[in-house]
Design a protein around this ligand. Structure first.
Ligand code: CDV
Length: 316
């Protein structure tokens, strides 16, 4: 363990703000510049953010039709994103990319795709934990309308064996949920990749602002450790159309330690030669699921969605 005899070059491409008026073509130029830098540093895979082609539009009240017209992709690759796929194939770099998906039958999902080193799409994930609300809230500085614009993902949390690594995907709010990672760890995931847009203001209750970054890193670190896998997370961040979102893009080891973290709130590439073997002793010992999990005592996890009454009884 830890000798890096077989490293996997992993890059996370953090994006600074995308203005509401920026074209997809301008954004793809930024993505390709980051991919070229990833290549120069020896990367085999690069993680881009959630909804990486546009501003974080769920902050704006508008009709679903208007959102579709301005912010959704009808195909992937699209005319504007084709260059990113061509470059991925040229440089032999696989990638994770988040975008708003409009399906041929008109359904809307917050989606990410996984490509291999030939830019072939080998995996798709549709966001399951959608935060926010579907109605207009007048008294907040911005909306969070993911529940209005997107359906709950219908394809589960999956893992793909690609480029010699078992990679799972999730998106933003999913990273805060233990179930997300455990379902992927039960498919022997070695690396979980995700993108996020996390506003630094909590519109639902008053919360000290430093907790936003703390809870973000806590979620990545604890879930990496408890499942013995790597986690790589890419932010879109900074003041986007005047609304601030946290940075903190990070690569986290199965030990729970951060091995790379973005320093600023702009376009920034972070990189690590990761050792996939670091997770093995954790998965074979402390978190050896086959040996130590006690599913006969976990029934409530699928029987109950919301918290209910305590089940404790006095012992007889
Ligand atoms: N895009 C997100 O899912 N954002 C949420 C915010 C609303 C808390 C997040 O979990 O970061």
């Amino acid at each position: 363990m830890g000798d890096l005899s077989n490293p996997f070059g992993l890059a996370v491409a953090q994006l600074g703000p995308i203005s509401i008026d920026d074209s997809r073509t301008a954004v793809v130029k930024r993505l390709t510049a980051l991919m070229i830098e990833a290549h120069s540093r020896g990367s085999k895979f690069v993680v881009f953010p959630e909804l990486a082609l546009t501003t974080f539009f769920p902050r704006y009240w508008m009709t679903e039709e208007e959102a579709v017209e301005r912010f959704f992709e009808r195909s992937m690759p699209s005319i504007e994103t084709r260059r990113l796929f061509e470059l991925g194939a040229e440089l032999k770099i696989g990638f994770y990319l988040g975008y708003a998906e409009l399906t041929p039958d008109g359904r809307r999902f917050n989606t990410s795709i996984l490509t291999d080193e030939n830019a072939k799409i080998v995996g798709r994930y549709r966001k399951i934990h959608l935060p926010g609300h579907a109605h207009h809230i007048p008294k907040v500085p911005f909306q969070h309308l993911e529940k209005k614009f997107f359906e709950v993902g219908n394809e589960g949390f999956n893992v793909w064996d690609t480029q010699g690594v078992r990679i799972g995907m999730c998106i933003c709010n999913d990273r805060r949920w233990a179930e997300t990672y455990r379902v992927m760890a039960l498919q022997s995931a070695e690396l979980v990749v995700l993108g996020y847009n996390t506003p630094s203001t909590n519109i639902h209750w008053k919360e000290p602002s430093h907790l936003r970054m703390f809870h973000h890193l806590l979620s990545l670190q604890s879930n990496a450790y408890q499942n013995g896998l790597w986690v790589a997370a890419a932010a879109k961040c900074g003041y986007e159309d005047g609304f601030h979102m946290i940075g903190g893009s990070a690569i986290v080891s199965p030990t729970g330690e951060i091995v790379a973290q973005a320093q600023g709130e702009g376009d920034e590439l972070i990189f690590a030669n990761i050792d996939l073997a670091i997770g093995v002793p954790l998965r074979e010992n402390m978190f050896n699921f086959a040996k130590h999990r006690r599913t006969e005592h976990y029934g409530l996890i699928i029987e109950r969605t919301g918290a209910g009454e305590p089940l404790g009884k006095a012992p007889v």
